[in-house]
Design a protein around this ligand. Structure first.
Ligand SMILES: N[C@@H](CCC(=O)N[C@@H](CS)C(=O)NCC(=O)O)C(=O)O
Length: 214
């Protein structure tokens, strides 16, 4: 096995990379970095990724960062099955859907942001939980409406096979469920989640299926 994924079982960015690797049928080993213990800020890890975030994917003699860039690299170098539609409009839509999770929701709900709210601004756990749920709801409302009204939506976010949009969405739904959010309020999103998890590529990428799961 030549691919090594540096991640953490509960990291949704690492979860995205795992789904993409599985969909492409690329065998990989996992190196777990315990984010709760601050392993992402150890010197050896910072040498790999100065941002101090997971994931990093070591593949083809390089170390790649940023989960969406990793997914697109895999798609460019291993085009089958594709993670992006054949048409430019479709690619723009799929990237936009993926970015609702990866750029609008996830960055402001990340561990370091929640910890900063607590340590620097004195927020208590109920306030942090409210923040977390608020940004998921805002993002999911927007995503649900786009999925509901677009004729491109199929069993998955775009058509009937998984794309980068589903790679980003499924980990975000998992996060929502973990924080007791009732995702039934977003029927299109819930349906895509169920359909995706029926595929082994998504199922095997679930946090509780990882070797470092506690
Ligand atoms: N935009 C980055 C985000 C990476 C990221 O934020 N990873 C989180 C886990 S999901 C992390 O390492 N957090 C560590 C921390 O907050 O200290 C990506 O998509 O790869």
């Amino acid at each position: 096995v030549s691919a090594v994924l540096h991640g953490y079982f509960r990291s949704s960015a690492a979860f995205r990379a795992r789904i993409a690797l599985n969909l492409k049928g690329i065998a990989f080993t996992t190196v777990a970095h315990d984010l709760r213990a601050g392993a992402q800020r150890e010197e050896a890890y910072l040498a790999l990724n100065p941002a101090g975030l997971v994931p990093v994917l070591q593949i083809d003699g390089v170390a790649l960062t940023q989960s969406l860039a990793i997914c697109e690299y895999l798609d460019e170098t291993r085009p089958d099955p594709p993670l992006l539609p054949a048409d430019a409009v479709g690619r723009a839509r799929v990237r936009a859907l993926a970015q609702v999770c990866a750029c609008d929701i996830h960055p402001i709900n990340n561990l370091r942001v929640l910890r900063y709210l607590k340590a620097r601004f004195g927020q208590d756990q109920p306030a942090i939980d409210e923040w977390y749920r608020h940004w998921i709801a805002e993002g999911f409302d927007a995503l649900e409406e786009e999925l509901r009204r677009s004729p491109r939506t199929g069993r998955f976010c775009d058509g009937d096979s998984p794309t980068l949009a589903d790679v980003a969405l499924i980990p975000q739904v998992w996060n929502a469920l973990r924080s007791q959010i009732d995702v039934g309020a977003w029927p299109c999103i819930s349906s895509v989640y169920e359909v995706a998890l029926a595929l082994p590529a998504f199922e095997a990428a679930l946090p509780d299926r990882q070797p470092d799961a506690i």
